[in-house]
Ligand binder design. Sequence first.
Ligand code: FAD
Length: 493
Amino acid sequence: MSRVVVVGAGLGGLAAAARLARLRHEVTVVERSNAVGGKAGSFGRDAFRFDTGPSLITLPATIRDLFRKTGKPVESVLELRPLDQLAHYRFADGTTLDVPNTGVNDVATAFQDAFGGRAGEQWRRFYERAERTWDVVRTPFVESALEGPAPLLRLAASRPRDAALVAPWRTLRRLGERSFDDPRLRVWLDRYATYSGSDPRKSPSVLSVVPYVEHAFGGWEVVGGVRRLVDAMYERAVDRGARVRTGAEAVAVTTAAGRVNGVRLADGTVLPVDIVVSDVDATVLYSQLLDPPRPDAVRRVRRATPSSSGFVLLLGIRGRTPQLRRHTVLFGDDPDAEFDAIFGADARPPVRPTVYISATADDAPPDCEAWFVLVNAPRHGSGRGTIDWNAPGLADRYADEVLAVMADRGVDVRDRLAFREIGTPADLETATGSPGGAIYGTSSNGWRAATLRPANRSPVPGLFLVGGSAHPGGGIPLVLMSATLVAEMIGRA
Ligand SMILES: Cc1cc2nc3c(=O)[nH]c(=O)nc-3n(C[C@H](O)[C@H](O)[C@H](O)COP(=O)(O)OP(=O)(O)OC[C@H]3O[C@@H](n4cnc5c(N)ncnc54)[C@H](O)[C@@H]3O)c2cc1C
């Protein structure tokens, strides 16, 4: 039995704790804040309840696998429900697209009906290509540890046609241009880069697997909100024997004779360890916590670019909306200007941006609704590519602008507001310790992004990484996969 300390009780940390406790290790989780869940946070005001992080569940198999492998199946603790509809999209020219959650044929029909021309047929061809891409990358690049470019080079040598599908130098934007005549379809595809906090003009076309996964395995929700998933994961880890300490900030991961030997907490306590699993952002781990530091790891982690952040509004809404949709995307006026604002050196709050809304009446008082609104935004900071979200008046002004943009696009809730709560990238940084409030850890910008993303096994023996800033990346499914990989690497006690 090894003494394992998991630093951070985000979804990656909790999943790793449950799996390692199941493998009979002695597991302690230390979490700096007073609640578990990290970016999968929640907020309540009056009788309104909000998930402040994820709302869309994709690849539910990753959740099912976690619960099955750590004891009882997910159905015994949680209800995962397929969405009635994947999303309702509105484009800048007023076109609307309702994407069903009932399989490829219906989706192709929806694209054809919305855009005409060859849209349905082109969408289907795109989907089939993305399916082949998923078959190629799933095992060697997503579900396996990736510790450099070797798997890609092997693929190029042995199966060049498959390697061409992966071609990391082809961008998602370029794939959209090649796949779709209609510019609105390209805008639709571009959006999937932002699912990993990335710029479609810089991220590789392999991200086409993101819409593939969404359409092939469906969009899901957790009945009662994602906070139920957090609770269930916490309970599973504790049931398996893990100890979870909240209000316990790690200030150092110490090493002796080259391997980890302890975790020092802010109150001065030192927890002796055989193994540390870090769910903290990899940049923070290598540049602030690891003691003594490893300059090679710091240099390497700084080469990966952080993901974008998000500006959030939590809206308590009076009255009921006819035909309320769970997920709505209102596309912005000028996608490229928006990506420049988010990812460019001269970062600024995007003007007339794309707005994502997740709305429900289930978490609100009678005759009311709870809306989560997200706009992709540059990270908080004072350097290049960031902005100071704490600048006086900025957050309020930007919240007004987002509500006005929604109104212009036919979703005016301004006179129905019971309240609005604002969450800026600066708030996300404070709440979760994610530098600048980066939502997904590292982005997929650049053709080497996947190989620059920090590996799950660190160069320091006994130190492992889970969570969005490590391989295979951010978002619930990938974060849960990172925990699976690390549990497999560590093995049984
Ligand atoms: C607004 C928003 C919307 C999102 N939407 C979706 C979505 O629809 N679908 C989806 O799949 N994903 C979505 N995501 C992404 C998803 O929430 C994250 O990828 C995932 O929750 C990250 O988990 P993690 O394991 O990386 O840990 P994190 O959530 O980053 O948690 C890390 C934990 O470590 C703790 N910590 C940090 N430093 C220390 C320290 N020194 N000592 C102790 N503890 C420490 C933090 O307090 C935190 O609890 C969204 C995220 C956000 C913010």
